[in-house]
Design a protein around this ligand. Sequence first.
Ligand code: FDA
Length: 439
Amino acid sequence: MDNHRTASQDSHYDVIIIGAGASGLYCALTAGRRGRRVLVLDHANKAGKKILMSGGGRCNFTNYFVEPEHFIGSNPHFCKSALSRYPSWEFIAMVEQHKIPYHEREHGQLFCDDSAQDILTMLLNECSAVGVQVRLNTQIDSVQALDNDKNDKNDKKARFKLLTSKALSKKDKQAQKDLAHQSTAVQASFCCESLVVATGGLSIPTMGASGLGYELAQQFGHSLITTDASLVPFTFTDKTGELIRTLAGISIPVIASNERISFKLPLLFTHRGLSGPAMLQLSNYWQTGETISINLLPDIDMTALFLTHKKSHPRQLIRTVLADYTDNALPKKLLAALQTTLWDDIKDKELANIKDERLIELGETLNGWQLKPSGTEGYRTAEVTRGGIKTDEVSSKTLQSNYQDGLYFIGEVLDVTGWLGGYNFQWAWASGFVCGEVV
Ligand code: FDA
């Protein structure tokens, strides 16, 4: 490593934050306000890339109704302290102070009227107002805990030393390979008293996601809860997959559930599988191999409806009974596809000629279609990473490591995953805030 060194510099900061994303920037501005000398390092060429792409470009920055129940993790109590000390109205107050126009959508979700850029600009302005330095295109090569006895006498509080080099783009990497012996990597070293890991999760690698946070946690003796893509669409490979693909573009209100939870929200058929808020929310609670249940007509007891119609309109066909719902709940194309899949054998029979047991079975299927996803679209499209650094080994009050003084973990890198609806950003702000208050 040393023979690659063409420039060297040691700089001391009170706080170094790895990751200029949502939690890192919030932590930086909070610590900066307390007069701390803060440096934020990021390997990406731009800060807050996920903020910019969030909420379809309008950033669902928080939610009016934030409860611990909106978060999952192996220790469900861990998030309570930070969330209660930094409620959503604190962030809303900052948004209003910056005169960012916003609006509420269903379920208390708050979005920018104009652009997610407004939120990022606000955070960067708040950071620069308190002297926070943000250094992009910086790759972290190593992090070392300093032995206090050996510290420089003038630099007693340095607990960590970081070696960094210029993060190389694909083009740069190729150029460097071509030059084989003449490395252009500039290396700089930084020391700090408090080191905050805010590197986020693994979703959307093209946006700068990396496993560095998990590696650092393990370096300092922390355990990880298995990570997986979450808030992510489901995929299907069997016949159901073929059926779903033919219905791409159709959206219907459903109740999507498994044994642990259910969500009454829209479902979207896509060319790749099932998406929409109902599926994304359920994915937080889904384990590989599990079956999911979809109530296609959540407001109607289909079994009761079929049996009543059998008495009152015995000559009706099933599709005629369901035709009443084709305007909104069951679009015609979906009804036709369901008929082929679910009741092809009785499609031309009058209700009077269909056994009650068969009607009950069909009613139960429409109110609880059992599907077995083959998987999910994975980190490529997932909004978040489920799992992460085990929270039992981190203080819920300060976010400090139980094993290494001065080391902190915030945001999505921890095993705290929020629902869809602004909860993941609220966790980022809240964990960034409580950490920024103590570093
Ligand atoms: P975040 O990912 O924001 O930041 C991590 C930073 O660390 C990045 O800047 C990255 O470059 C940097 N980094 C990673 N590895 C590094 C390394 N090796 N060296 C240096 N730097 C490194 N949530 C929500 O509440 N409302 C919403 O509307 C949305 N919408 C949304 C859309 C999409 C497409 C995605 C992918 C995600 C969302 N989310 C969301 C989730 C939300 O974006 C996410 O939970 C937060 O950004 C997490 O904040 P963090 O600070 O933990 O990580």
